[in-house]
Design a protein around this ligand. Structure first.
Ligand SMILES: NC(=O)c1ccc[n+]([C@@H]2O[C@H](COP(=O)([O-])OP(=O)(O)OC[C@H]3O[C@@H](n4cnc5c(N)ncnc54)[C@H](OP(=O)(O)O)[C@@H]3O)[C@@H](O)[C@H]2O)c1
Length: 355
């Protein structure tokens, strides 16, 4: 590993955002696993009152009010929240329209603004005939319009295994997010809502539970070939701290609707490996992916995101070259600290299954 690589280099830019009208109280749903943890510390460090809602698998940092509840249990959630009210809610674990319907009812009168963490996967054309993308053209937010997206609340959304059997894993995730956005947007929402459609999140070493950057970094570091499509299509990526900062900035802004959140440059799997190899001071090797056995960020479909709306809102995302090599080095360290690489087949295909 090159000594030139510094751990956690760069991204301070989005942290430096000055918020014109910062919320005085923020509720974060989730907040214990990956970049959700920054959503707790970022407002806390800014002197904002933070309430964390989850089922209590880990204690919150000192100074954070902890509300233990399962967000799927409407009665328990409402009872646990009591008469608390919030300037803004940031919902990190909103995966289905059924959860969004509960959130609408429970937070009506309790929240002024509601921001959900969504995903680039809403644009994956393989997951819906209603999504159309044009190769070479970054996808703008209008490509998936929550105001007009069909919602089917009769599906077994409360049962992840059943919904995965119904749709398949990738579509279950993408369609769950699309329909969740649509439920927030429907009719006359009880709060101002926004959906931050996050690119693939990278960085954070062992905190990145998806193992996808580690998949690349440990292969490149070890000189093992990475399986890529013959003509890999580019995608969008974002640093773990910068996506948290963007979510908070949207919560602190008057913006409504969907916002794509990503570093502006698009990168395909080969470009990703080259950047990783540069950072590790080595050379990447490749092999042609056979069937479905491609590496997790190798795509044969175009759905990289257009970030102009985010830029117009003043969101700041660093160039990938400024931080991706260091994030890869950190991923290699995490793999080594955990006792070596796992078999590639263990790498999740999606980024956010409910814990
Ligand atoms: N990683 C990526 O590349 C990527 C890309 C795009 C979007 N995303 C999105 O990022 C989000 C996840 O981010 P994160 O991993 O940083 O999450 P997080 O904010 O750390 O939240 C995860 C925590 O939420 C809590 N939780 C889960 N289900 C719950 C429930 N039913 N009720 C109450 N609390 C619950 C769990 O804690 P307890 O067990 O204590 O309840 C879990 O540890 C998802 O929305 C995903 O779609 C990720």
């Amino acid at each position: 590993m090159s000594n030139a690589v510094q751990r956690e280099a760069a991204p301070d830019t989005a942290w430096d955002n000055t918020w014109t009208n910062p919320p005085r109280s923020v509720c974060v749903i989730g907040g214990t696993r990956y970049f959700g943890r920054h959503l707790v510390t970022l407002p806390l460090d800014a002197g904002i009152r933070v309430t964390l809602v989850n089922r209590g698998s880990a204690p919150p940092p000192p100074g954070v009010e902890h509300v233990r509840a399962d967000r799927d249990d409407e009665g328990a959630l409402a009872a646990a929240l009591g008469d608390r009210t919030f300037d803004a809610v940031i919902d990190q674990v909103l995966y289905t329209p059924a959860q969004a319907a509960v959130a609408r009812r429970v937070f009506a009168g309790r929240a002024d603004r509601y921001v959900m963490t969504s995903t680039i996967e809403v644009y994956n054309p393989a997951t819906s005939p209603l999504v159309r993308t044009t190769p070479g053209v970054p996808v703008p937010e209008q490509a998936v319009d929550p105001a007009h997206w069909p919602v089917d609340l009769t599906l077994p959304w409360h049962d992840p295994a059943a919904i995965t059997r119904h749709f398949g894993e990738a579509t279950a995730y993408a369609e769950g997010k699309r329909q969740a956005e649509a439920v927030l947007a429907a009719g006359d929402p009880p709060f101002a809502w926004a959906s931050v459609r996050s690119a693939h999140v990278l960085g954070g070493g062992a905190r990145d539970f998806t193992g996808r950057l580690a998949h690349y970094a440990e292969r490149v570091a070890a000189g093992r070939p990475v399986a890529v499509h013959e003509d890999p299509r580019p995608s969008s990526f974002v640093h773990h701290r910068e996506i948290a900062a963007a979510l908070f900035a949207v919560a602190a802004s008057p913006a409504v609707g969907a916002v794509n959140a990503a570093s502006a440059e698009l990168l395909d799997a080969v470009g990703l490996c080259e950047l990783i190899a540069d950072g590790l001071g080595t050379t990447a090797r490749y092999r042609r992916a056979e069937g479905v056995e491609h590496s997790p960020y190798s795509f044969d479909r175009w759905y990289a995101m257009d970030t102009r709306r985010a830029e117009s809102l003043g969101l700041v995302f660093s160039p990938l070259r400024d931080w991706l090599p260091a994030a890869a080095a950190e991923a290699v360290e995490a793999v080594q600290a955990a006792g070596g690489p796992e078999d590639a087949t263990g790498t999740p295909a999606t980024d956010g299954e409910a814990a």
